[in-house]
Design a binder for this molecule. Structure first.
Ligand code: ADP
Ligand code: MG
Length: 271
């Protein structure tokens, strides 16, 4: 059993990687659910118009559902749109809807367009303190992702252990530096998680070794194995933690959550 103290400041992590299909959403919802299982209060903000995080957390998000779109574009308070996940009383979701697809364009004309999520979140946390906020980003470096970078203090990058894993990473690191310089000096890369790992291939091991060499302090010891249970869970409106808590994927995501929680916000800042 683990005893973790969640009395510090809210840790705000943005799960980012401009490649699609690398495990961003899967990692966001499963780490969030596992953290909630450890006793933390966790809000997931679904910033991807696809709404996969909302689906996996069992939260309705049809076209009429009040969503992050209303927060970013129409100044609706986050408190008005946040829903509790049926999975855990400590787990909450700010859902995305298809309307968010238009937000990328509509934000361009907005006042303080890069800061809209940060402002909404600051106001929300006053009355609804959270231990963790986890933002699931779309696979692009547009204004939605920039809003996430501006609102967060930590960047969490899932990396799929495959051939071109590191390609594009320098672009992402460049974007983080640009955000640090112009919008959010406190932003830093705190966490890298190797996902969909298949230990039977030499390639997966090589990619893992290479990432660890480049980012020794950020890469979690835990590696997420490729597992059918992980990919099945969302179609039941669940994370794998709820869907099959004994499966290898669920065990790994719980271990990853313990590692993340054990690094205090200060520790992860020093890295
Ligand atoms: P992203 O959000 O980066 O686009 P997803 O989290 O949606 O990526 O994952 C892409 C696909 O891979 C999804 O179909 C998901 O179910 C599947 N997937 C993610 N992690 C695993 C895993 N550990 N094992 C098997 N399938 C996985
Ligand atoms: Mg996704």
């Amino acid at each position: 059993t683990v005893n973790i103290d969640f009395t510090g400041d809210t840790r705000i992590l943005t799960v980012s990687n401009q490649k699609g299909g690398v495990g961003k959403t899967t990692s966001a919802v499963n780490v969030a659910s596992a953290l909630a299982g450890l006793g933390a209060k966790v809000l997931v903000i679904d910033l991807d118009p696809q709404g996969n995080a909302s689906t996996a957390l069992g939260v309705p998000h049809n076209a009429d559902t009040p969503s992050v779109y209303d927060v970013l574009i129409d100044d609706v308070p986050l408190a008005d749109i946040v829903q509790q996940s049926p999975e855990d009383k400590n787990l909450f979701c700010a859902p995305s809807t298809i309307h968010l697809a238009g937000a990328e364009i509509e934000l361009v004309a907005q006042v303080a367009r890069e800061h809209r999520l940060r402002r909404a979140l600051d106001a929300y946390l006053v009355d609804s303190p959270m231990d963790f906020v986890i933002i699931d980003c779309p696979p692009s470096l547009g204004l939605l992702t920039i809003n996430a970078f501006t609102a967060a203090s930590e960047v969490f990058i899932p990396i799929q252990c495959e051939y071109y894993a590191l390609e594009g990473l320098s672009q992402l690191l460049g974007s983080i530096q640009m955000i640090q310089k112009h919008l959010n000096p406190g932003l830093h890369l705190s966490t890298i998680l190797l996902t969909m790992f298949d230990g039977r291939t030499r390639l997966a091991q090589q990619v893992a070794d290479e990432v660890r060499t480049h980012f020794p302090d950020q890469v979690l010891d835990t590696v997420i194995p490729r597992s059918v249970r992980v990919s099945e869970a969302p179609s039941f409106g669940q994370t794998v933690i709820a869907y099959d808590g004994q499966s290898a994927g669920a065990v790994a995501y719980r271990e990853a959550a313990v590692e993340i929680a054990s690094r205090t916000a200060t520790q992860s800042k020093e890295k």
